[in-house]
Design a protein around this ligand. Sequence first.
Ligand code: TAP
Length: 519
Amino acid sequence: MQFSSFKNELLSDFKGNPEHFRRMKQALQEVGTELGQKYPLVIGAERIETEETFHSYNPSEKDQVVGTFSKGDPGAGALAIQKAEGAFESWSLTPAETRVKLLVSTAKILRDRKYHYAAWMVYEVGKSWAEADADVAEAIDFCEFYAREMLRLAGRQPITPVPGERNRLEYIPLGVGIVIPPWNFPLAILAGMTAASIVAGNTVVLKPSSDSPTIGYKFFEALEEAGMPAGVVNFLPGSGSTVGDALVAHPRTRFIAFTGSKEVGLHINEVAAKHQPGQIWIKRVVAEMGGKDSIIVDSETDLESAVDGVAASAFGYQGQKCSACSRAIVVEAVYEPFLEKLKERVEEIKVGDPVDPKTYMGPVVNSRAKESIQEYIKIGKQEGRLVTGGKEASGPGHFLAPTVIADVPPQARLSQEEVFGPVLAVLKAADFDEALRIANNTEYGLTGAVYTKNRAKIEKAAQRFHVGNLYFNRKCTGAMVGGHPFGGFNMSGTDSKAGGRDYLLLLTQAKLISEKQST
Ligand code: TAP
């Protein structure tokens, strides 16, 4: 099987290409007529409707139901694991080429209907057109990238020849995995963790986030349409703390691929570590968690581009990215001019319903998130000086104005805790060295960026700024599959670089097969 080398999916150009604009507008209209439908659990070949259901809502129109979902419980979880185990028997022995074809066909389905998937994200999680389009592109990239990676792993592996023996090393799947994604990249991360698991020969139970189950279901349908056998992925929405916990604890669960908050990630790690009666392996946990990401702005830099990079990283998708800049650490010599330009730039941001193509910032995901962010704004106002924002924005959804709080001390709560919303803390550093020390002073280590023209400072930061994804003279969000393998250090997770060449190794185990040659 031969493939062209991997290339990232091109992003749409809604401003410059009228056809892209027209197709997105039409998709929004069409998807708008499909809101409020009912969705079942899918366990093995069966679609199951439960008595108990829950709704997913449009955060821009908080009473509008996007989808009504059957609700998985621990019993359904056990059945899903049993079906996944059944499917593993044949799927694990299916040639890698067949599994690879499934991903490539799924990528084609996503590509052909990219505006529809994007439109679902506008309605279900409040992404702007550009953010939703990028999310679909990343999902396509994950399918295409992991497909090629699996071919590489399925090929001959380099081992040292031993005289008199015929030896080979094979990467075989682990077993049944539990895939637990967040809502903030509801297609890309869900698709990435699922696609990587199954292309490696595993079968999974997919528990989507309760805030974005519709997009999860749409991806599941794409896999089915691409020819996935029943039971390879089992779709099981439900509450994380009940069904999620039961799935993680189950003795037949072999691995967990999780992306979400530090609190839930640590909890999953703990539950997974506990040996259950009948369990014959140590569960593997791949966990990508939160961040408190900083951008350092040095005195020797172009302030305009630093302001643009900080604003885009802090307020793109309402700051609800694990990679979002939540601290700008600015060297004293340029602190005031930076703040002045930043204030001007942030006050130009348009907040509203992202169905409108002019909207840059949509709503935050739900009322709980909004309250928690507002609480942090209150804390921030006590810890620092409000520069702009700090209030709700008008509309029928969970809208907040982009907020900048300056003069925040390095150990303040707003400097240390993940807010996960459109709130940026600005910290003053005496010089570049102090800025670097502050940048490393949290428990996280996900992304970071530095704006400087000084080569020696670039080299110093490259060595000392301890994050999984470090960028110079550009924003700290927007990692590209293949080009920027993504994952963080410390409390940001297990540094399992998604979209990188090591990722499938986390979902496989290596088997050495040695045969003595007859003389
Ligand atoms: P969480 O609240 O942690 O939820 C993530 C997932 O875990 C959801 O599907 C959730 O289900 C499930 N869950 C909750 N409790 C569980 C339990 N006890 N057992 C098993 N599963 C459980 O995070 P979120 O709000 O969706 O996402 C935001 C967080 O994700 C932020 O901290 C962000 O930094 C992080 N994130 C990290 C990355 C990377 S790559 N490091 C990327 C994106 C996001 P329910 O929805 O049903 O509660």
